[in-house]
Design a binder for this molecule. Structure first.
Ligand code: ADP
Length: 610
């Protein structure tokens, strides 16, 4: 390895004792290999050439067997030490990666895909295994045993020694050439794996958002592309590995052939050597090459491991670099815009929907909830409703205790859940008759935790658009959603990168980003999960005024927690233990529904339900 990674050298220096052990075992292994060949040649010489009786070589054969057993044990020992080194190194490296990730500041995670990083921590470190468990023991063997064999061969028969000396360098030379190529390939493979995992994780977490924006298919294609290119990179590496093995095998065969030919000529034509010597050399030569060849294979996996280790190192460096940059932005990302509300009050940008096609979904539709029944699983929570009519453009508040089924009802209305019985009628037609994409094209769902994809603000907002849109439109949507002041403080404005999951953005900021998507979309139906946790007064005002603006041209259904929202609603749906108990305006319900009056009373005293 030309440039040893600092991470690996760190591990190496902390494992000096194991390295010394490897060297000692390798030397002993070399001695047993040579002894085994010597003993075997001697036995064959005595039995077949000197025609000695079988009983006279018993002792010799016994020693030979013992040497073979010791050799096996030593090989096993070398592998064991390698595995031990690999386990220690992996534990250390994983700890280093995890420590970096957990200690990274929040804004630093904003800049990268956590999916990608976790994949590196788990997979790349695993791939580093073979560097320690295979590469190191094989390299140690290759550094010691062939030299030992070479010395013995020279002593026995110098010509063969020269042949070995001449052909041996071809093997490492070839290995280095192939290794170089594999290294780049394997780094490429890691980049692809990280991208693949990142895309996959992003998509999984944002599934609802993707579905609502009709992007599920496109994302599916993206995942497919990313997985295909990962496959190609892996196949590329395998191809090189197989070619490598084939070439090494050919070189070895050829070299042994040359040695055998030379020995045969010396033995039979010139009669210049004994059978014992020729046989001993012939036994040692394949050992010599097989060691070098193993090194070739180990070298290849060592290279692959190096690619992985380098990636881990790079990530560790990046993480420390990022946290510094990100700290600079920290203030910018968390502060709120001060004059947004004034701006928005002045500029009324709500474009009226063109009243051209009556009855279609581009206008706020009428919605009828008709005797819905729903269960997540048998014998568990069950949702039941009667028949309730929601008029076009009405603002509805769903209220009730935590766990009473508000979100479930909202999901049923959105078509994200299918009722077991009953229907949701949209403009008098069952929701199930609408084409899914056509329906979601007119729905905006602003959840408490909107999903933010790894990408820029612009890209995150643009997902709300139906077709291609201009930068100006994106920016206008951002402004309408109350993001202007926040964006103005960022160096790259709308092109600032937000991490997967919107790390580093506050809950209110994420909801405003989701709102910006909605402003691009101009939905006819808005589903809104009002924040349960108290936002600061300013953020809440920005959010409320933006939502109100958007809701002017839509039927809005809110899972409401704020008394203000509830009081303002045209209709309140009161849920209790899965049952839609009653619906009506605030004053009506106050009068006729004691549970409602009680809930309002609790709210007034300042307790927030969720
Ligand atoms: P709310 O929004 O009023 O707090 P939800 O509609 O979220 O209530 O939940 C109603 C009930 O359904 C709860 O008992 C909850 O545990 C259960 N529930 C919600 N989502 C699921 C789900 N995906 N799988 C199984 N049970 C669920």
């Amino acid at each position: 390895m030309k440039r040893k990674s600092s991470l690996v050298s760190q591990q190496m220096s902390s494992q000096r004792k194991n390295m010394a052990l490897l060297a000692i075992i390798s030397l002993a292994l070399g001695i047993t290999i040579v002894s085994q060949a010597g003993l075997l040649a001697e036995a064959v010489q005595r039995i077949f050439v000197e025609k000695a009786s079988f009983s006279s070589v018993y002792l010799l054969l016994g020693i030979l067997l013992a040497v073979m057993a010791v050799r096996t044990l030593l090989s096993y020992g070398n592998g064991k030490v390698g595995l031990h080194m690999a386990a220690t190194a992996k534990t250390n490296m994983r700890a280093a990666v995890l420590q970096k990730l957990t200690h990274a500041s929040m804004p630093s995670t904003l800049l990268g895909q956590t999916g990608g990083k976790v994949s590196i921590a788990l997979d790349a470190v695993d791939e580093a295994d073979s560097y320690f468990s295979q590469y190191m023991p094989r390299m140690m063997e290759a550094a010691i045993i062939p030299i030992l064999i070479l010395v013995v061969t020279f002593i026995q028969h110098a010509n063969t020694g020269f042949i070995l000396l001449f052909t041996a360098p071809f093997i490492p030379l070839f290995m280095i050439l192939v290794g170089m190529k594999t290294k780049n390939k394997s780094e490429e493979k890691y980049a692809q794996l990280a991208e693949f995992s990142g895309t996959f994780l992003d998509s999984l977490q944002g599934l609802v958002t993707l579905k609502i924006f009709g992007r599920a298919h496109r994302q599916q294609q993206k995942i497919e592309r990313s997985s295909l290119s990962y496959r190609d990179a892996t196949m590329g590496i395998l191809k090189i590995a197989f070619t490598n093995t084939f070439m090494l095998e050919s070189i070895v065969m050829l070299s042994i052939g040359i040695v055998a030919l030379e020995l045969a000529i010396q033995l039979l034509v010139f009669k210049s050597m004994t059978f014992h010597t020729a046989f001993l050399v012939l036994l040692l030569v394949p050992e010599f090459y097989s060691l070098l060849k193993n090194t070739g294979t180990a070298f290849h996996s060592g290279r692959t491991s190096m690619g992985a280790v380098r990636k881990v190192e790079q990530m560790l460096e990046e993480t420390s670099g990022e946290s510094m940059n990100a700290n600079d932005n920290e203030g910018a990302l968390t502060s709120d815009g001060i004059d947004v509300i004034d701006n928005m009050d002045r500029v009324d940008r709500v474009s009226k929907l063109e009243l051209t096609h009556s009855g279609d979904l581009s206008l706020p539709p009428s919605i009828v909830i008709d005797h819905l029944r729903f269960q997540y699983a048998p014998d568990s929570f069950e949702l039941k409703t009667g028949r309730i009519q929601l008029s076009p453009g009405e603002h509805i508040a769903i209220v009730g205790k935590s766990g009473s089924g508000k979100t479930t009802l909202l999901h049923l209305i959105a078509g994200l859940l299918k009722p077991a019985s009953g229907t949701v009628l949209v403009n008098e037609s069952p929701l199930s008759q609408y084409e899914e994409t056509a329906w979601f094209e007119h729905v905006s769902y602003i959840t408490q935790h909107p999903y933010i994809f790894a990408g820029t603000f612009s890209e995150n907002i643009a997902i709300g658009a139906r077709g291609s849109i201009s930068k100006a439109e994106i920016e206008r949507a951002g402004e309408e959603a109350g993001l202007a002041a926040l964006i103005a403080q960022l160096d790259h404005g709308f092109d600032t990168f937000v991490g997967e999951g919107g790390r580093g953005l506050s809950g209110g900021e994420k909801q405003r980003l989701a709102l910006a998507r909605a402003f691009l979309k101009r939905p006819a139906i808005i589903l809104f999960d009002e924040p349960t946790v108290g936002l600061d007064l300013h953020t809440e005002r920005v959010l409320q005024s933006s939502i109100a603006k958007l809701a002017k041209t839509a039927t809005m259904i809110t899972v409401a927690h704020r008394l203000y929202t509830i009081q303002q609603a045209d209709k309140i749906l009161f849920m209790d233990n899965g049952v839609l108990v009653d619906s009506g305006r605030h004053d009506e319900l106050l009068e006729r529904l004691p549970q409602y009056a009680e809930m309002v009373d609790v709210e007034r005293k300042g307790r927030v339900s969720s």
